[in-house]
Structures are given as C-alpha cells and as structure tokens.
Design a protein around this ligand. Structure first.
Ligand SMILES: [Zn+2]
Length: 326
C-alpha cells in the first residue's frame, strides 16, 4: 500500500524502474510510523506485476501479484527482526545470500526487503556486504530503517539512499480523517510526533490517553508533587516494556531539549512544556546514565522478579537526574 504523502517517491521509483536505473541496493530511511515498509512492499509487488494499471501500481490480480499477496512468491524474500534477541541474525542473511545466488523462478526481478535493517548484528552486516558487492543481475535489495545512522558506513555507501520525510500535518490529518471522521485527530496527532500511522495506533489501542496519564505522573514526580510509591502502585499491573518505552522516549526528548531550545523533532511534542520545565534543573551526566539504565531495564522488562520494585527502581532513577535530588 502506498500512502498519499508518498506519491512523489512513487513516481521517482517507477521512473527509475522504466528507465532501468534503479540501484541494486536501496536504503529507505526516515522516521518510524510513516509507512516506509508499506511503500517498499507495494513497490516490490509492482516490480514483478505483469499487468500494472494506469497509475503504475501493481494490478493485484495477475499471477505474480496473487503469489505476492499470499507471501508465496518464489522470487521475493522478507527479512524481519528475530523478536527474541531483537536482532537480525547472520543465519537469516546467509539464507538470503543463498537465495540471491539462485536463478529467478517466474518473476522479472528477485526482490528482497530487510526490515529494520539497522538491527542487523555485526556478523549479519558483514555477510550482507558480500551480496551488496556482487549483486546478481535483476535483483533488488531494499533496506528499510528508521535508525539509518546505525548502519555500517560500508553498507550505506553501497546503497542508493532514499529519505522519506514526515508527511505534512495537513497530509497526515487528511488521511486520518478519511479513515475515521469521528476521531479528534487534531489532538492525537501531535502526541504521535505527527506520524499518522502511530496516531492511528494510539487511537486504536487507547494508548494515547494512558501515555499522557503516565507523563502527567512523571511531571508531578519531578516537581515533587507525587510519590514514587503511589505511582508504582497505580502502574503495577501495566506492561513493563510499554512503560520503559515511554520513559525512554521522555528521556530522549529531554536530552534533545537540553541541547536545543526548540528541537524540531520530539517524540512527544505534546509534553514540550513539561519537558522545558525540567531542562534547567537536570544534570546532563545523570540524564545520560539514566538513559543507559533504561536500556538495561528494557532488557529485563520481560521477566522481572517483582514488577512493582522494577517500576520503583525506574522512577527513583528518574528523580536522580535532578540537580538537587528530592
Ligand atoms: Zn499484477
């Protein structure tokens, strides 16, 4: 599926295709939750579609399209993160290299997509380099990433880099309103950092309100108007990974605010005022140690011994970033 804010990129990609200028390796980078993967999949389908329609998108009906939709097209591969280790492992890339070395079955192109490519571990990255250096004919690899800065420079230098920007607020709101007119998207979208797919997710899961509630508690905590124990009691039945994720986003935003008075990108632009109320009172060194602590907590969040203690530990560490701890 291609989104309305991707029309320009789509035209470029299809032009490259018709003039056979598309690179063997393409890095699709840009913020999360703006539909990069969906774009990539739509394009991979288009690559092998035998009867593209007049808008130059895949027909959805030919044999190749049907196989693609059923995820059984023999010339297409998708590599995802192994959720247990939160990495893309070397075995997956080895399998991909093998796939690339075989000849095509029915398609015009062999197409591979590596989603969240920045999560390839070092061995996987090195294994991929081989295929990037000697790409088989009529093969195209897509790397999709919202942390492209973490990819090896040697990988990036072998890719054509496509930067997908955030849609404009108007584009995002137009699309969201088309999905559901009854929702107050104008208040939800800023909380999703203007990322329309995230706004949709926040609405569908009801997490938008919960998230704001959490940040309200953190605000109170940091201004000594609420106690750690009271907040932990309230949150003890919540999913810890979610809480740590919110806390990480908060921490990253606070770091951004520390360096720049009006940072352009915030994960939580709707709590900007609350963040600014803390900037002058925070010790940067402690803020960074808190960031490291959160990475560690994230790792243990799936199996803590005691949920309430886990939350209290996180909140106490959060308070400790203040120059004069409470
Ligand atoms: Zn088709």
């Amino acid at each position: 599926m291609m989104y309305p804010w991707q029309v320009e990129q789509w035209q470029q990609f299809t032009q490259y295709l018709s003039s056979q200028r598309l690179a063997h390796a393409n890095l699709i980078s840009g913020p999360a939750a703006i539909g990069k993967l969906e774009f990539c999949l739509a394009y991979m389908q288009r690559l092998n579609c035998t009867q593209p329609n007049k808008e130059n998108t895949a027909c959805g009906e030919c044999n190749d399209c049907r196989l693609f939709s059923a995820r059984t097209h023999p010339d297409v591969r998708m590599i995802n993160v192994d959720e247990e280790v939160e990495q893309i492992k070397i075995d997956d890339i080895r399998e991909l290299n093998k796939f690339m070395s075989l000849s095509r079955h029915i398609g015009t192109y062999k197409a591979v997509c590596i989603n969240q490519a920045d999560l390839m571990n070092i061995n996987a990255s090195n294994a991929l380099l081989k295929t990037l250096e000697e790409p088989p004919a009529n093969s195209i690899i897509f790397l999709v990433s919202h942390h492209a800065e973490s990819l090896l420079a040697t990988i990036k230098s072998r890719c054509q880099i496509w930067k997908f920007p955030l849609p404009s607020v108007k584009q995002a709101l137009d699309w969201l309103q088309q999905q559901d007119r009854s929702v107050d998207w104008k208040s939800l979208l800023p909380g999703a950092g203007n990322r329309p797919l995230l706004a949709m997710e926040l609405y569908e899961t009801g997490l938008g309100e919960e998230r704001l509630d959490y940040y309200r508690d953190i605000h109170q905590l940091m201004h000594c108007k609420e106690k750690v124990t009271k907040i932990s009691a309230k949150l003890q039945n919540e999913e810890l990974q979610k809480l740590v994720g919110w806390q990480q986003a908060w921490c990253a935003d606070l770091i951004r605010c520390h360096y720049k008075k009006e940072p352009v990108t915030l994960e939580n632009p709707d709590i900007r005022r609350s963040l600014h109320s803390l900037v002058g009172r925070v010790d940067l060194q402690s803020l960074y140690s808190f960031w490291d602590k959160l990475i560690e907590l994230r790792r243990f969040s799936s199996a803590p011994l005691n949920k309430r203690l886990f939350i209290e530990d996180m909140l106490v560490r959060c308070q400790e970033i203040l120059e004069q701890p409470v």
